[in-house]
Unconditional design. Structure first.
Length: 168
């Protein structure tokens, strides 16, 4: 079993329901260990869109990272995600942030996910569930990356998701 940290985000439709449905679907393919609180965050890059809800999930998986990516993309499609421009609005977005402590550079998959250290919408919920996790490339804990971040993005705790999952 490998620990996979997954970032989820949504800024279209019923955002809390989108997060809940995403986690529910993922729980059919992996064991959800922890989920962060949900945070409302302002969009980065393209500002002309609604605010996002973001959270991070820690799951145990029995498949390789490419298979996890396929599960995430399948879940996005099942929930109705359609193509958008880079940084644009989306019904659901799922990113594989970390796959254990592995460093992976494959076509279509880079792990750890690039730019984690620049994104408060990832660092804040990630620190909530595992502040001591060490980034395998930067060799700093999530807590250190959060402290060192110069991002000024607004990240506001919005509450907990509605699912009753193991580890919560």
């Amino acid at each position: 079993m490998t620990g996979a940290y997954i970032g989820l985000g949504t800024n279209l439709g019923d955002r809390p329901a989108n997060i809940n449905r995403a986690i529910s679907l993922l729980s059919k393919s992996m064991t959800i260990i922890k989920t962060s609180s949900v945070y409302e965050t302002e969009p980065e890059g393209y500002k002309g869109q609604p605010d996002f809800l973001n959270c991070v999930v820690l799951a145990e998986v029995e498949v390789d990272a490419l298979a996890v990516l396929a599960i995430l993309k399948g879940m996005e499609k099942q929930l109705g995600r359609v193509g958008s421009f880079e940084g644009g609005p989306r019904l659901i977005d799922a990113d594989l942030l970390f796959y254990g402590r592995e460093v992976i550079k494959e076509p279509g998959l880079v792990v750890p996910h690039p730019r984690i250290q620049q994104r408060l919408f990832v660092l804040v919920p990630l620190a909530e569930i595992d502040a001591d996790f060490t980034h395998p490339v930067l060799h700093k804990t999530i807590a250190q990356l959060l402290t060192e971040s110069d991002s000024r993005s607004r990240v506001v705790k919005a509450g907990r998701i509605g699912l009753n999952l193991a580890g919560e």
